[in-house]
Design a protein around this ligand. Structure first.
Ligand code: HEM
Length: 535
């Protein structure tokens, strides 16, 4: 499990390394030329002008000048490790995905945790959603489960994502992060999007300040499909459960640690793996039929809703262990490209409009972030099974395909690549019909019932933390109209929560009247969602 190499970039690759008289590998230029002096620029006389001729100095500085690539537009600050996934038993009844059908198979994985809003240099303990992205290098191609540590999301449709993110990122004029100064843009946006209420309960809860990546749950969020060899399909929701249990910081700790040790979470993961204390997660699904889905009082295509485990319990599938830190942060953690559309036969999408938006966004952004359509050739992104097609050329092409044919069908060479209808990926042939519209389904209209379910499922200390979270955040809003609007939404979630927050803000009786479009359901105060109840 230990790191493979400490050797500098490319030393000696492709032949016998140059060696110094003392047997050390020799520093070379990018052309392999041994360097005699890496300390002094070429000059005319010891105190004279520098020479443009100094190609070694120019190569070194030019490369340095181009070291940075754009950071991710979201989830810029992340930390990752390698590991492996193994199914407990065959799940062939559920899915044709081979990494889930053979308990003997160990599938290599790469897993990156992240915060969403902060830049690369922000601190680990900010109140935020955490990304939980796993790349499975399966024998049927790479499968990416690009999830978060919360089971729901702020918005129901991908077209709103740029607005959501602009509202939390630094303001265009002053460029300080909203999260540390005026909170107005974020709270303005979410208070005008009632669908965000359920996610706001999660984000104001302790879940938004995890104590450790090793103590964090993960969720696929959307409804996906699993399809078995017979073509039978079920809907699924993905869950990761940490072996260590789910634990959080409290706000005061998060603030102090954020100042004292901005690398708190990444250091914890790195150190745990270095000392052989390998973190583990269990992967489960909630699997249900389309007929069951039609009976729920919410829409499974709405990413602001979860499926209570009382209705659909978890089916454990297997275990992931992270046991190797990266050799190089940039090459692996920065250059890794996760993408929700990386699926394998046996796993497919649903019509969730947020998921469908994501299926477009990731490849598009990675083309500009990584700068080339050949970024799948970077080792961390490369499938570990054979892959080949007739795509060719482009920036940074490193493969050397041979032969004259780069098209198919072709009849010029029988040895060339062919489609495989039997083992290849087929989209699930679901029946779809309807008018072309821009309209939100009526089944997405209940914005408050699950927010209420979440709040009332919390233990008393957790409820206090949620109220304190709202009071702190809204207390940073300069515009009173945003605060009264948010208090109006909280009234619809839970009147006692709204009262505590209003009291803390000195705004009792000042909530706007926001009428829910559909009746808010009174829900059971089951503690199923409370991390403390489970721990
Ligand atoms: C990263 C877009 C919703 C989880 C990203 C990136 C983009 C993006 C552009 C940067 C990717 C890169 O540069 O490599 C979107 C859009 C969404 C959306 C348009 C809504 C339509 C979500 C949701 C989740 C999620 C709902 C969780 C289920 C992640 C994660 C990463 C990420 C974990 C970081 C991946 C990594 O570690 O590199 N997203 N996202 N996103 N997104 Fe989303």
């Amino acid at each position: 499990a230990k790191k493979s190499s400490t050797s500098p970039l490319n030393a000696g690759k492709g032949g016998e390394p140059h060696q110094t008289a003392t047997g050390k590998p020799v520093l070379t230029t990018n052309q392999g030329l041994p360097v005699a002096d890496d300390q002094n620029t070429l000059t005319v006389g010891p105190r004279g002008p520098q020479l443009l001729e100094d190609f070694m100095m120019r190569e070194k500085i030019t490369h340095f000048d181009h070291e940075r690539i754009p950071e991710r537009v979201v989830h810029a600050r992340g930390y990752a490790a390698h590991g492996c996934f193994q199914a407990y038993e065959s799940h062939a009844d559920l899915t044709a995905a081979d990494f889930l059908s053979d308990p003997k198979k160990k599938t290599p994985v790469f897993c990156r945790f992240s915060t969403v809003a902060g830049s690369q240099g922000s601190h680990d303990t900010a109140r935020d959603v955490r990304g939980f992205a796993v790349k499975f290098y399966t024998e049927q191609g790479n499968y990416d489960l690009v999830g978060n540590n919360m089971p729901v999301f702020f918005i129901q449709d991908g077209i709103k994502f740029p607005d959501l993110i602009h509202s939390v990122k630094p303001a265009p004029d002053r460029a300080f992060p909203q999260a540390q100064s005026a909170h107005d843009t974020f709270w303005d946006f979410v208070s005008l999007n009632a669908e965000a209420m359920h996610m706001l309960m999660w984000i104001m809860s302790d879940r938004a300040i995890p104590r450790s990546f090793r103590m964090m749950e993960g969720f696929g969020v959307h409804t996906f499909r699993m399809i078995n060899q017979k073509g039978e399909s079920k809907f699924v929701k993905f869950h990761w459960r940490p072996k260590l249990g789910t634990f959080s910081l409290i706000w005061d700790e998060a603030v102090k640690i954020g100042g004292a040790d901005p690398d708190f979470n990444r250091r914890d993961l790195f150190n745990a793996i270095e000392r052989g204390d390998y973190p583990e997660w269990e992967l489960s699904v909630q699997a249900f039929t389309e007929e069951q889905a039609n009976e729920f009082d919410f829409d499974v295509l709405d990413a602001t809703k979860l499926i209570p485990e009382e209705i659909v319990p978890l089916t454990p599938l297997g275990k992931m262990v992270l046991d190797r830190n990266v050799d190089n942060f940039f090459a692996e953690t920065e250059q890794v490209a996760f993408c929700p559309s990386h699926v394998v036969p046996g796993i497919d999408f649903s019509n969730d409009p947020l998921l469908q938006g994501r299926l477009f966004s990731y490849l598009d952004t990675q083309l500009s972030r990584l700068g080339s359509p050949n970024f799948h050739q970077i080792p961390v992104n490369k499938p570990k099974c054979p892959f080949a097609n007739f795509q060719r050329d482009g920036h940074m092409q490193t493969e050397v395909p041979t032969g004259r044919v780069a098209n198919e069908p072709n009849s010029l060479d029988d040895g060339l690549l062919r489609e495989d209808p039997k083992r290849g990926f087929h989209s699930h042939p679901s029946d779809e019909a309807g008018s072309k519209l821009r309209v939100r389904p009526e089944s997405f209209a209940d914005y408050y019932s699950q927010a209420r379910l979440f709040y009332r499922s919390m233990t008393e200390p957790e409820q206090r933390h949620i109220a304190a979270g709202f009071a702190f955040e809204l207390g940073k809003c300069e515009e009173a109209k945003i605060r009264t609007r948010m208090l109006g939404h909280l009234q619809n979630v839970d009147a006692s929560l709204a009262d505590v927050v209003a009291e803390s803000l000195g705004m009792k009786g000042q909530a706007d009247d926001i009428s829910p479009r559909v009746p808010v359901q009174d829900v059971d105060a089951s503690p199923a969602l409370s991390q403390y109840a489970k721990a």
